[in-house]
Design a protein around this ligand. Structure first.
Ligand SMILES: *Cc1c(COP(=O)(O)O)cnc(C)c1O
Length: 339
């Protein structure tokens, strides 16, 4: 299937709907200075510039997730994340613009107690749109907390729609399967053929969706994800579940066994949410050479991995590579004391 129309129609006829949060393609450009430096054409898909709520990859997932919430006649959306979750911020903002009440359950999972981490960055935007924020400890009680919160609202006659961490499930992953059509249209317009794509992974939805999208388009692409979670297996499992779930919707069961999942754990650093010196150096370098700001939690680590792997010869010399910039700009301000 090569046409976006066909993709959209197939989903609608199978009961998967989408609301329109994004009205324009995000920019796809070459990083000229870096391409010269590494002697390889490197392009960037600026999903950090998607048009709502200071941008980010979660908006593509929310197009499908919030459509499902509407179809279920929910009035309230609950989601969960780390205190500086970009996903929580975009759920709050997109949710509000679509008329939902929004509750964010924010786990204290990153051991940073600076004022900027606790109050700045995404939190400022969460508060501007009046999301209900619930701070909880990182002790495994999140599910119980969410179930109690849901019951509380339901006894008041409300209808709650829950979005899992990162918006990563089969429905959310559809957003990134769809994004591969946007990428291919832009690549064609630029006269480039991407056979290598690199991206950050944190909960598997972006990675799983991109893999599924290229399977649906029947194009062989080497997709390299750089994990930001020290624990690799659960992310790999989730990624497969999402890819396979989407392939099922498109009746591509026989493709499943052929897929290679590439999830690299070499650039995680010491923990989720903690950048290391390399991460910070990468952020500074891209900002100074290209004017592009990566974030310290996801894209700073993934881009470090990409550049290092190019230097190690893991990507074929001279072939164009696309890095998907998944966002996190607002989160950068929570790390003000690191720069
Ligand atoms: C959530 C997020 C990711 C990871 O995407 P997943 O689909 O959760 O793997 C990458 N980059 C940024 C900036 C994010 O906010």
């Amino acid at each position: 299937m090569k046409e976006l129309n066909g993709f959209d129609h197939h989903l609608v006829s199978n009961g998967y709907h989408r609301i329109n949060l994004l009205n324009q393609a995000s920019p796809l450009l070459q990083l000229k200075s870096l391409s010269k430096e590494l002697d390889t054409p490197i392009f960037i898909k600026r999903d950090d510039l998607t048009e709502l709520g200071t941008g980010g990859n979660k908006l593509r997932k929310l197009e499908y997730l919030l459509a499902e919430a509407k179809n279920q006649q929910a009035n309230r959306v609950i989601t969960i994340g780390a205190r500086q979750s970009n996903h929580a911020r975009l759920t709050a903002i997109a949710g509000k613009t679509q008329g939902f009440e929004v509750d964010l359950v924010l786990k204290n999972s990153v051991p940073l107690d600076t004022e900027s981490y606790q109050l700045n960055g995404n939190l400022v935007l969460d508060n501007i749109v009046d999301a209900n924020i619930h701070e909880i400890p990182n002790d495994g009680t999140a599910n119980a907390f969410i179930s109690n919160l849901t019951k509380h609202y339901e006894t008041e006659g409300e209808k709650v729609y829950f979005i899992p961490v990162g918006g990563s499930n089969i429905v959310g992953g559809l957003g990134y399967a769809r994004a591969t059509f946007e990428i291919e249209a832009q690549a064609a317009a630029l006269g480039v053929n991407f056979q290598h794509i690199a991206l950050a992974s944190g909960s598997g939805g972006t990675h799983g969706g991109v893999i599924a999208g290229y399977e649906i388009q029947n194009k062989k692409v080497f997709i390299q994800a750089y994990n930001v979670q020290p624990d690799r297996e659960p992310i790999l499992t989730e990624t497969k579940l999402i890819t396979e779930g989407i392939l099922d919707i498109f009746n591509l069961e026989e493709e499943k066994s052929k897929i290679e999942y590439r999830l690299c754990n070499d650039y995680v650093g010491e923990a989720y949410g903690i950048p290391n010196e390399q991460t910070l150096a990468t952020i500074k370098h891209l900002a100074k050479t290209e004017g592009v700001f990566l974030d310290p939690v996801y894209t700073g680590k993934a881009f470090t991995g990409l550049v290092n792997d190019i230097k190690l010869g893991k990507y074929p010399k001279g072939e164009p590579i696309l890095f998907i910039h998944t966002g996190g700009t607002a989160g950068l301000f929570a790390y003000s004391n690191w720069f």
